[in-house]
Every structure is written in C-alpha cells, then in structure tokens.
Design a binder for this molecule. Structure first.
Ligand SMILES: Cc1cc2nc3c(=O)[nH]c(=O)nc-3n(C[C@H](O)[C@H](O)[C@H](O)COP(=O)(O)O)c2cc1C
Length: 406
C-alpha cells in the first residue's frame, strides 16, 4: 500500500490507524519470509531427492557413486598394518617391509623413487592455444585413453595379508577390470611361489578382457617361461613382460624356486619364441636398455621394482633421461616408481617415458573398492594430468617436450 493511500484512509477515519497497519504489515511480511524459507527448504530437499535418484540410477547402470576417500578407508580397514594407507605413499612408514608393501631393507630405493621425481618441477606456461590436450595413445595395437597402465602387483596373501578377505580373482578383476573401464590396460602378475594353476586363474581375467589386459612372467627357467607365454597368447594379451629384476628374489623369499638372471642368448630365445611384443621390466642403465633393443625386446620398463629387489638403487626418474637418450624411438619406454599424481606422469613423459605404470595406488584402489576403486584412482590421475598439460602448454602425450621441466 502506498504512503498516499495510508494518508487518505487515516483522513477518512473508518477506524484505520497507521500503527495497527504497520504491525499487521510486519506480521504479514514475516509470514511471507517464512513461507519463502519453507519453500527454499523444500526446494533443497527436492534437490537432495533428485541427487539420490540420480546416484541410484547411476549405480543401477553400473556408474560410480563411491568416493576415493571411502575406497582408501576400506583399504586401510582390510590391510592395516600391512598397509597403513598413508596420505603420501612414500615408503617411509613401511620401510623394510618386504613381504609387505614397503621397500627392501632400509627402504631407500623406494624412497629414492619419490625423491627423484620431486627433484623435478614443471615450468608453468599459460599463453598458448592448448585448451583440450590429447591423452590418447596406441601401444602395440591397443588404443589407450591415457598413458597410465596398472603396475604389476601380486601376492594377495603373501604381500598384502589379505588371505580370506580378497581372493586372487577378485584382486585381478579389480586391477584389470578397473583399467579396462577407463580405457587403459591392467597387468596380471606372476608370483614366484605360485603354481601354474594360480597363474592360469589370473589369465582367465586376462582372457575375459581380451586385448585389453597384459600379463607378466617371473624370470623362471626357459621352459617355464615358454609354457607361460603360450598361455598368455591364448588369453589374447597384446604384450607381456618379464620382471628380470626379480632374479635375486628366490634366494630371500622362496629358496628352491628358480628365478635367474638371463644371458643375452636366453633373452633372444624368449623374444624369438613368440609374435607377442616382449617387454623387459627392471632396466636401470642405458647399457641394458641398449642390450634390450639388441635382443629384440619391444619395450622396457625403467623400474627398480618399487624398491623391493635391491636396496640403494637410484630413483627411476633419475636414470630415465639417460636411458631415453640412448633408446627412445627404438622400443617403447615404460617407467614406474613413485608415480602418485598426474604431474608425476607428465614429468616421466617429459623425461623420456612413453607411458607409466602405477603400482601401490592402484593396489590400494583394488583392495578398497575393486574395479570401481581402481577406476576412481585412474580418473583422478587423468584429470590431474589434463590440468598439468594445459598449464605447461603440452598438447599431446605422444609429444612431451623435456623443456617443460623447470
Ligand atoms: C605388493 C607389491 C607386489 C609386487 N609384485 C610384483 C610382481 O609380482 N611383479 C612385478 O614385476 N612387480 C611387482 N611389484 C613391483 C611393481 O610392479 C612396480 O614396479 C612398483 O610397485 C612401482 O612402484 P610404485 O608402487 O611406487 O608405483 C610389486 C610391488 C608391490 C608393492
């Protein structure tokens, strides 16, 4: 009501008083506000219901509703004290815990991996045209959404202490299924003490994700290796790896089992025994990288096995540039060890890797949330990688320049 109308009514009498009118108006105003507040609350509640319905339908459709923090909490509940699920997975708390999740003996080699990566920084560049970086690549005919593959991790009972809580099949399904769900490749592992039947069980998961899962073999006797290669071929893996750096492990872990260093002749024999690309994992010097090219390997993994096979090895990011200078372009270079964030992935690519493997973080994802836990971990790293690429002016993971390293 306008001031003019109030004045007219007051003048005309009719029991109208300005004071009473103002009181009534205040009450009405408060009610209107109250009605509005209730409306807002109802709208919020309606929004919550909508969100829940969306989450439920995403879950029903196989979408992800879990949070990474829940996955890590569950992992800690299942694995403590084998893995403390530290905020920074850096080998400090688990130092010397092999079997377990740590680095061997003093744990220095594990810590070196993180420290070597941390010595490098990235140059920030923002005046450029890179708005939608390309993270895709093709490796041995397999198309990948990102240059991040699973590390090769095994020993659900022996290393992770999960006997009865998570089976070998569930663990392999978590790693391989999770990787496949986001368009990358997961590895099935070969444990030194595992009988062939256990290995065959893991290869069933590789076969289930035919063409999208790879497998590893320990440096066993030549006959055992060839026998396993035939199984991997049948399972449809696009490539396989031998972790040659496990050569000393039987002495400490499982006396009586054969894992051994290989001569160049033996490595050639393995490469020639199959059409599958053969990756040698555990290369730490330019000389052995060159030898890997000579014996016919299709790729190498620059790796110190997460610091688990020889204490006092340098961090992989430290040796990677010299190795890449020697063999880049002649075989595929993978690197692993201490990769925790997308920026670490980008650093490894800038230092010469074509792709990286991620060990412990995906292991935690698989134990804590199966395939969904692995997918969440990979999606987070992929998002971080995209941001790091934009902010360094890197358009394509296939062409990362060393000049982005500060
Ligand atoms: C519990 C555990 C088990 C592993 N088992 C294997 C294995 O069976 N074969 C292999 O080649 N590497 C194995 N590794 C080493 C990883 O493949 C990888 O080199 C290492 O974990 C990478 O470092 P990151 O964990 O810091 O990412 C294992 C690592 C861990 C932590």
């Amino acid at each position: 009501m306008s001031e003019e109308m109030i004045e007219t009514l007051e003048q005309e009498g009719a029991g109208f008083s300005r004071r009473n009118f103002m009181k009534t108006a205040a009450v009405v105003g408060a009610s209107v506000l109250a009605v509005q507040a209730v409306g807002r609350r109802e709208a919020q509640a309606a929004e919550e219901v909508k969100k829940e319905a969306k989450a439920a339908s995403a879950a029903a459709a196989g979408g992800s509703t879990k949070k990474l923090s829940d996955v890590l909490k569950t992992c800690r509940e299942k694995m403590y004290p084998r893995c403390r699920v530290c905020p920074e997975c850096n080998g400090v708390a688990c130092s010397g815990e092999v079997p377990g999740m740590g680095g061997l003996d003093s744990g220095k080699a594990f810590r070196n991996n993180l420290e070597a990566l941390n010595k490098y920084d990235l140059k920030m560049k923002t005046f450029h045209e890179v708005k939608k970086p390309d993270t895709t690549l093709t490796l041995f005919g397999a198309k990948l959404s990102m240059p991040i593959l699973s590390g090769i991790t095994g020993g659900v009972t022996y290393n992770m202490g999960l006997g009865g809580k998570v089976s070998e099949e569930e663990y392999a399904e978590g790693i391989i299924g999770g990787c496949a769900s986001v368009g990358t490749i997961g590895f099935a592992a070969d444990g030194i003490g595992d009988p062939l039947s256990v290995y065959e069980t893991r290869l069933q998961t590789v076969a289930k994700y035919r063409g999208k899962a790879a497998a590893q073999i320990k440096p066993r006797t030549q006959a055992e290796i060839i026998e396993r290669i035939r199984l991997i071929e049948k399972a449809g893996a696009p490539f396989f790896a031998i972790d040659i750096d496990s050569a000393g492990r039987a002495n400490r872990a499982l006396p009586g089992k054969t894992v051994e260093p290989k001569s160049l002749k033996q490595l050639r024999e393995i490469a020639k025994s199959t059409k599958l690309p053969f990756i040698i994992k555990g290369i730490m010097t330019p000389e052995e990288a060159e030898a890997a090219v000579e014996v016919g390997a299709a790729g190498i993994v620059v790796s110190n096995h997460g610091g688990r096979v020889l204490d006092h090895t340098p961090g992989t990011a430290q040796v990677l540039p010299q190795i890449a200078d020697k063999v880049k372009g002649r075989l595929v270079i993978f690197a692993d060890g201490g990769v925790r964030y997308g920026a670490d992935v980008l650093k490894m690519l800038a230092l010469g890797a074509d792709a990286v493997l991620v060990g412990r973080p995906l292991l935690r994802g698989s134990v804590g949330g199966g395939a969904e836990g692995v997918a969440l971990t990979l999606k987070k790293m992929h998002e971080e990688l995209l941001v790091a690429m934009i902010l360094t002016g890197t358009a394509d993971v296939k062409k990362v320049s060393r000049s982005i390293i500060a």
